[in-house]
Design a protein around this ligand. Structure first.
Ligand code: PEP
Length: 251
């Protein structure tokens, strides 16, 4: 798994005003990065440009938390791929469980968003994961299979160079309850096999698969030590510079 990129991405969600964005980035600047993981931060739209300017010279990529599927037009309140690109943002998180749950985003829509992002030469962090009830009924593998295949299996193998997967069991997001390292590894291995079966071993071996769900400084190292876990998508703990950098440096 040395051929894959390790990534630690911070999803700031609807937190951090302008001053807080600056403070958090200043905090990140003060802590040395000792791992080889690629670092991504995803502040709210309104502060993306400021964040992009502030991280110049640092080894940090700025990503958006969402994006509209159309290029432009009468979609009040929405943000397009070309707008993001125009301020230097080339990475977008799509399909986060909160977008699915509170904004009714379904996989047919997410497939369109993925296509638009890729047409614009962006990197997609595609999020998915089962709910607690799915795991209780032992349907978590089936649910995850559908979430991946419905949104991504129309893509050519070459498109996968710009796809990062983020497995985030909904029951672990913001709850303080993490999947155990073995549960994460089991699902990540299943995801990689699913990609290998649909495409090839080569595509599967190259795709970075992040785990998300209550990753903290005290559990990151054990989760990241699993062979198919290539990094993390971090919510709550990405809002504190020391915690986030401790997770980055857990690699
Ligand atoms: C997330 O929202 O992507 C997430 C993983 O949140 P938290 O780390 O707070 O569980």
């Amino acid at each position: 798994y040395t051929m894959r990129k390790n990534i630690v991405a911070g999803n700031w969600k609807m937190n951090t005003d302008l001053a807080e964005t600056q403070d958090l980035i200043s905090g990140l600047k003060k802590i040395a990065k000792t791992s080889n993981a690629e670092v991504i931060i995803a502040p709210p739209f309104v502060n993306l440009y400021s964040a992009f300017e502030s991280v110049k010279g640092l080894d940090i990529t700025v990503a958006a938390q969402n994006m509209h599927q159309s290029d432009s037009g009468a979609f009040t309140g929405e943000i397009s791929a070309s707008m993001l690109k125009s301020i230097g943002v080339n990475t977008v998180i799509l399909g986060h469980s909160e977008r699915r749950a509170f904004f009714n985003e379904k996989e047919d829509l997410l497939a369109e968003k993925v296509n638009t992002a890729l047409e614009n030469d962006m990197t997609v962090i595609y999020c998915f994961g089962e709910e607690l009830k799915d795991r209780k009924f032992s349907e978590h593998f089936e649910v995850v299979h559908k979430q991946i295949s419905n949104a991504l299996f129309h893509l050519d193998a070459s498109a996968w160079e710009n796809i990062v997967l983020a497995y985030e069991p909904v029951w672990a997001i913001g709850t303080g309850e993490t999947a155990s390292p073995d549960q994460a590894q089991e699902m990540h291995a299943y995801i990689r096999k699913t990609i290998a079966d649909e495409y090839s071993e080569n595509v599967a071996e190259k795709v970075t698969i992040l785990y998300g769900g209550s990753v903290k400084p005290n559990n990151a190292e054990e989760i990241f030590s699993k062979p198919d876990v290539d990094g993390g998508l971090i919510g709550g703990a990405s809002l504190k510079a020391e915690d986030f950098m401790a997770i980055v440096n857990a690699f």
